[in-house]
Design a protein around this ligand. Structure first.
Ligand SMILES: Nc1ncnc2c1ncn2[C@@H]1O[C@H](COP(=O)(O)OP(=O)(O)OP(=O)(O)O)[C@@H](O)[C@H]1O
Length: 268
């Protein structure tokens, strides 16, 4: 079972340029001290719903650093895997172990999940962040820093529902970052955004990774995966068909399903 971290990946992760920012994303905790959820070890993870096996004895190891892109055809189980890892769904069988510990509420609170369609409060942009900052500890200065960081510094008073799709997704990301997560799960966050919005979201994700946040990102966008990935997990029929450093995966995917997928052939 392979285990990926930045040592194995060489300086690929370090070589990615970090967008210059006037405000640090995480002004209250600039180091990764005390952040110990990883490595993640998953063994025999199984999810059966209505008599159908949707996640099928899945094994996965994730190291403490970098950005893992999860790819695979429609229905492969990518979203279900992310929800299982985040603790939103209870598996039928198998083991998820965060640095040797079983999942618990405290683990889920140290992770954040951003969906393809942002789920926002029907209140102002600022109120959407204050809601989280009140629970997690954070003041107005932190809220303003986060909004500037995601390019919404001038929209604080606007109703969140009036934001464009790309802006809503950036607010969802700001809210996720406000929880100062050790792991940020993103499930196709740019699937319905225009190219400029995609670039902005990717910048924010790169910054978060550079600040020490572990990224697990589901995408169908091969270009995006190439731009962001340190390693790629390719899912097929509820199992990990391949897990490889990004350079190797994109050069020569070894499993047939991944090769077909990358060549644009339908994978069932
Ligand atoms: N609550 C559910 N009950 C029954 N089946 C489900 C449920 N949720 C998902 N599934 C099925 O599980 C399979 C995997 O779903 P999942 O959403 O994880 O796929 P995915 O890899 O994210 O696909 P896509 O790329 O289309 O988003 C699909 O066949 C889906 O229909």
């Amino acid at each position: 079972m392979q285990h990926f971290d930045n040592k194995m990946l060489g300086d690929q992760a370090a070589a990615t340029p970090v967008a210059e920012r006037d405000v640090p994303v995480r002004p209250t905790s600039p180091t990764t001290a005390g952040r110990d959820l990883l490595p993640l070890e998953v063994r025999g993870l199984t999810l059966r719903l209505g008599g159908t096996v949707l996640i099928d004895g899945l094994d996965l190891d994730l190291g403490p650093h970098g950005c893992t892109m999860i790819m695979g055809p429609n229905g492969a189980g990518k979203s279900l895997l992310v929800k299982l890892l985040h603790g939103l769904i209870t598996p039928t069988a198998g083991r998820i172990s965060w640095n040797g510990r079983a999942p618990m509420a405290a683990v889920t609170r140290r992770q954040a999940l951003v969906f393809q369609k942002p789920v926002l409060l029907r209140r102002s942009v600022a109120a959407n962040l204050d809601f989280v900052l009140k629970v997690r500890g954070g003041d107005r200065g932190r809220r303003e820093a986060l909004l500037r960081h995601v390019g919404l510094g001038d929209k604080a008073r606007q109703p969140a529902r009036l934001l464009s799709g790309g802006e809503q997704q950036r607010l969802a990301l700001a809210r996720a970052l406000a929880t100062d997560p050790e792991i940020l799960f993103l499930d196709e966050p740019t699937a319905s955004l225009d190219p400029a919005s995609v670039v902005k979201i990717e910048e924010i994700v790169r910054d978060a990774r550079a600040a020490g946040t572990r990224i697990v990102f589901v995408t169908h966008d091969v270009g995006q995966a190439r731009r962001l990935a340190d390693d790629v997990v390719f899912l097929h029929r509820g199992r990990v068909a391949e897990h490889a450093p990004a350079g190797r995966f994109f050069r020569t995917p070894t499993c047939r399903a991944a090769r077909d997928y990358m060549d644009g052939r339908i994978v069932v």
